[in-house]
Design a protein around this ligand. Structure first.
Ligand code: FES
Length: 106
């Protein structure tokens, strides 16, 4: 398990344990985190699992694939820390990661 902190748009923080091998999206759904819809179930096809990755963590992630970048752009998210939570698989190196969920997913 690794510790993941999800911060809601209003600043509310929830630190939860997410199993290694799960995605940040699955960890959010399993723990009832608000702000992650994940309409497509993790297939990189809906853009409703966007998170903004905190400073210092973005560079620890594998770079986004073209498909992910296109989906973020289609969602109109111009934050340069935006990622799709369904494309981030948790491993030990991400213990302590902090992400913010947007107020709305679209
Ligand atoms: S759950 Fe649909 S793109 Fe991530």
């Amino acid at each position: 398990m690794v510790k993941v902190t999800y911060i809601a748009y209003d600043g509310t923080e929830q630190a939860v344990d997410v199993a290694v091998g799960m995605t940040l999206m699955e960890g959010a759904i399993q723990n009832g985190i608000d702000g992650i819809e994940a309409v497509c179930g993790g297939n990189c096809y809906c853009g409703t699992c966007r998170v903004h990755v905190a400073d210092g963590w973005l560079e620890k992630l594998k770079p986004a694939e073209e498909e992910e970048l296109a989906m973020i752009e289609a969602a109109g998210d111009e934050d340069d820390h935006a990622r799709l939570a369904c494309q981030i698989v948790v491993d030990e190196s991400l213990d302590g990661i902090v992400v913010t969920t947007p107020e709305f997913q679209k």
